[in-house]
Ligand binder design. Structure first.
Ligand SMILES: [Zn+2]
Ligand SMILES: [Zn+2]
Length: 227
């Protein structure tokens, strides 16, 4: 039902650039040219810029996520587009961004795509979960199964509580935030999908939860990476 309403809204409204507002396209050409790809020398685990293949942080404190990959650096029009995705929940924009991010090839031992869930109240307010729209698009492109029910968010927390805390507090706040459905994830290799990765606290906690429920391995992909 929600999808039908969204589809109508997308047909009815002429597209505007999610970054600069120019009429015509969901992301206009000049803004596309300004989007920076998250490539170059990066740590193969956390995908932050690094001269070494594995950064010092990942050596001293290995992540529950085996490998993160991201399409764009989280700034400029890429940041604006990710924010637009959060607040408009538009499926076409999600599909466009996944398409622009280049090839997404899940590892051979990965066979299930799982969006990072958001708290229920936030999902209701936004009319959807942006990670789910992205996961749909990734699943279409990579022809892998997607299961939004594999992982759920515990509790009803609104956005303010999480945002008010400092970056260093994030791991503690997200501890225990997720519950995984063992029947859906046990024995499967998972590719977690989210819009943006910053501290990785959320992705790491989601990965720990999936591994505890029997997932064999957890990789992650986000549209944008905050460097
Ligand atoms: Zn633009
Ligand atoms: Zn690293």
């Amino acid at each position: 039902m929600l999808d039908a309403v969204e589809a109508l809204a997308e047909v009815a409204l002429p597209p505007h650039c999610a970054s600069c507002g120019a009429a015509g396209e969901l992301i206009c050409r000049p803004c596309r040219d300004l989007m920076r790809r998250a490539d170059g020398k990066r740590c193969r685990h956390c995908w932050l810029p690094s001269e070494e293949p594995v950064c010092p942080d990942c050596i001293s404190k290995p992540l529950a996520v085996r490998e993160l990959r991201s399409g764009f650096v989280y700034d400029g029009p890429a940041r604006a587009a990710v924010l637009a995705l959060k607040h408009r929940g538009v499926t076409d924009l999600a599909r466009l961004m996944v398409g622009m991010a280049g090839e997404i090839r899940p590892a051979p031992d990965v066979d299930l795509i799982v969006p990072v869930p958001i708290p229920l109240l936030r999902k209701r307010r936004r009319g959807g979960n942006q990670a789910e729209h992205l996961a749909h698009a990734v699943s279409e492109r990579s022809r892998s199964d997607m299961d939004p029910r594999a992982l759920r968010r515990r509790g009803w927390w609104g956005p303010r509580q999480a945002q008010a805390r400092s970056r260093s507090e994030r791991p503690r706040i997200v501890a225990g935030a997720f519950a995984a459905d063992q029947a859906r994830v046990s024995g499967r290799g998972v590719l977690l999908i989210d819009d943006v990765s910053t501290t990785m606290a959320t992705l790491a906690e989601a990965a720990r939860t999936l591994l505890a429920a029997g997932a064999t391995v957890v990789d992650a992909w986000t549209v944008a990476r905050a460097d």
